[in-house]
Each structure stands twice: as C-alpha cells, then as structure tokens.
Design a protein around this ligand. Structure first.
Ligand code: CP
Ligand code: NVA
Length: 336
C-alpha cells in the first residue's frame, strides 16, 4: 500500500505524524547516499521530468534547494519569477495551473495569500508544493524537523548496504522524530507562516510548543487554530506575550524575522513593537532554558530578532537547517 503524502503539499497539517516521519526518513536517506556514498547511487526517479518553480516572492534557500534537489533526482527545475510568469497578474491562477501543469510534472509555488496556492492545487493536473505563502511554510518545517532529528538522534546506521532502499529501511527502523516526544520548543517573535506551520506540526509530534509575541502581533489565524483544535493539541500549546515564559525549560528556541516579505511598510511599527523580543544569551539564561538548548532560524535573519552571539554560537543549528532544505525538498519531489 502506498503511504505517501497527498498529491499536493500545502501544509504539514495535512500529513499524519507517520507520513512526516517517513518524509524525514526519505530525506535522511537521500542525504546519506548523496554525501557518504555518491549522488549517482540515488535512483533518478524524476528523470526527464520538469518541475516548475513559480515564485512571486524573493528566495535564496527555497530556490537553491529546489533547483539542486531537482537536479539530484534527474529533473529539470524551471524557475519562473514574478516578472516572468503571469501568476495571477494577467491571467487567472486556474489558467496558469492548467497550462503549466500540462507541460510539467510538478509545481513548487511561492505565493502571497494561502488561497493562491489552494487555487493552484485545485486546478493543477500535477502536484503542487507550497514553497511559502502568508499562512504556512511546510518545506521549511520539514527541514527543521530533519535538523532536530540529526541533533538529537545521530545514531550510526545499522546497515552496510549501499542500496538506497536498504538505507532508507534502516533509517525508518530508527523511528525518526520519536526523539522529539516530550521536548519543548519556544518560538519568540511574530506569529507568521513559520510559527503557524510549527503550531500545526510539532505538538502532533509530541512536543510542547510555546509562542511569545507582543500585543497586536499575537493573534493566531483562525484557520490555523482550527487545525490545532481538530488535532486536539491545544493542551500542548502556550500562547504568551512574555518571552521568559516561553523560553523557560525550552529545549529548542526558534525565531524568525519580525518583518515578513510583503510587510515592509510596517517596519517602523514592528521594530518598536518587538523591542525586548530579541533572542540573546542573556534572555535565554534569565528565562531558564534547558542547559543544552538549541537555536533555530529559517533565515533570512536580521540582528534585531537574534544577536550574533546566539546566531553564530555553538548552540545554533541554522546552517545545517538551511542545508537540510535541499534534502527535504528532494524527499518531497522524489517521494516513492
Ligand atoms: N527559509 C527560506 O524559505 O528562505 P528563502 O526565503 O531564502 O527561500
Ligand atoms: N516569515 C518569513 C519567512 C521567510 C522564509 C517571510 O514570510 O518572509
């Protein structure tokens, strides 16, 4: 029985914890084979295929991850930026979905409103992966989970085989993400696509999740909260305006920009409102995080939300987290 994700990936809320764990196993296996053996040992499951990268917003990581992941699996990635394609500008998303989908095998789509990626997926004859929208960022959180798995459970692989399938089976047997059960994640900053994606995902994996955001920036979108309620995970979630409360006893501390793409005109008000929310060693030690706390950030990063000491410090997982965008995106593209 095929146990893959649904045809399109709009948010991890649509995947069961088991499916998320399998995606992480897949990503870990791809990384293992590509880096410890040789990329040619990977099955070219997307040979002669094309994935359309339709991006309405800037991107470094998601674009590089998508292009390199497609190449690794034998596919061509066709980048269409906002000046190149008529994404909802001069023709409807429905028409774009039909036309581009008729010539390609998949979409990676970075859009503004969540409804846009929903509309694309509704009309596309091929799978659509959400490459970030205002509400969610599923491929980022897959990379975060893979990074935590590597940080907490770096057991050696129990196989000497060089076959991709045998390696993936051995990784699955390690039950990826089980190691997160009972751990606490603290997100300090804006309630945005990153905190939303974490909110609908990490409590379902058995983590406690606390969000600290200032008044006026602390409302969880009702569409996201509905997913939390439906999953029955409200009791694992703490919403507070106090970063100290969120960080207390945290194993993992996460932040993101205070000014997401598209919010640039609100910069002055946001910089003022978020004063006191910068992640620093002083804040973390005053709040009383776990002694072996770790730090994550999806990037791009600015000084205001986290200082250099934490960002470049030895607790920081930010660069493995960025690299893992490639392996997890490959897992999304090449799910078999
Ligand atoms: N983290 C992330 O999605 O980065 P980009 O916006 O550079 O793709
Ligand atoms: N919240 C940020 C994430 C960037 C990867 C944004 O939407 O701009």
């Amino acid at each position: 029985k095929r146990q893959g994700p649904p045809p399109s990936l709009l948010t991890l809320a649509d995947l069961s914890p088991g499916q998320i764990s399998r995606a992480i196993s897949h990503a870990l296996a791809i990384k293992y084979v590509a880096t410890r053996l040789h990329p040619r040992d990977l099955p070219a499951v997307l040979e002669k295929q094309t994935i359309a990268l339709i991006f309405s917003k800037r991107s470094t990581r998601t674009r590089v991850a998508s292009e390199t992941a497609a190449h690794l699996l034998g596919a061509n990635a066709m980048f269409l930026g906002k000046e190149d394609a008529q994404l909802g500008v001069n023709e409807t998303l429905r028409d774009t979905a039909n036309v581009v989908g008729s010539m390609t095998e998949g979409f990676m789509a970075r859009v503004n409103a969540h409804e846009e990626v929903v509309e694309l997926a509704k009309h596309s004859p091929v799978p659509v992966i959400n490459a970030l929208c205002d509400l969610y960022h599923p491929t980022q959180i897959l990379a975060d989970l893979m990074t935590l798995q590597e940080a907490y459970a770096p057991q050696p692989l129990k196989t000497k085989s060089t076959s991709f399938d045998a390696i993936r089976t051995a990784i699955r047997a390690m039950k990826p993400l089980e190691c997160l059960k009972g751990k606490k994640m603290a997100y300090v900053g804006d309630t945005n696509n990153i905190s939303n994606e974490l909110l609908v995902t990490v409590p379902r994996l058995g983590m406690e999740f606390a969000i600290a955001s200032p008044e006026g920036y602390n409302k969880v979108d009702p569409r996201v909260w509905e997913r939390v309620v439906n999953a029955g995970t409200e009791n694992k979630v703490t919403l507070t305006t106090d970063p100290m409360v969120a960080i207390k006893d945290a194993d993992v501390i996460v932040t993101d920009t205070w000014i997401s793409m598209g919010q640039e005109s609100e910069s002055a008000a946001r910089l003022e409102a978020f004063k006191g929310y910068q992640v620093t060693n002083e804040l973390i030690s005053k709040a009383g995080a776990k002694p072996d706390w770790k730090f994550m950030h999806c990037l791009p990063r600015h000084q205001e939300e986290v200082d250099d000491e934490v960002f470049y410090g030895n607790r920081s997982l930010v660069f493995p987290e960025a690299e893992n965008r490639k392996w997890t995106t490959a897992a999304c593209f090449g799910w078999v």
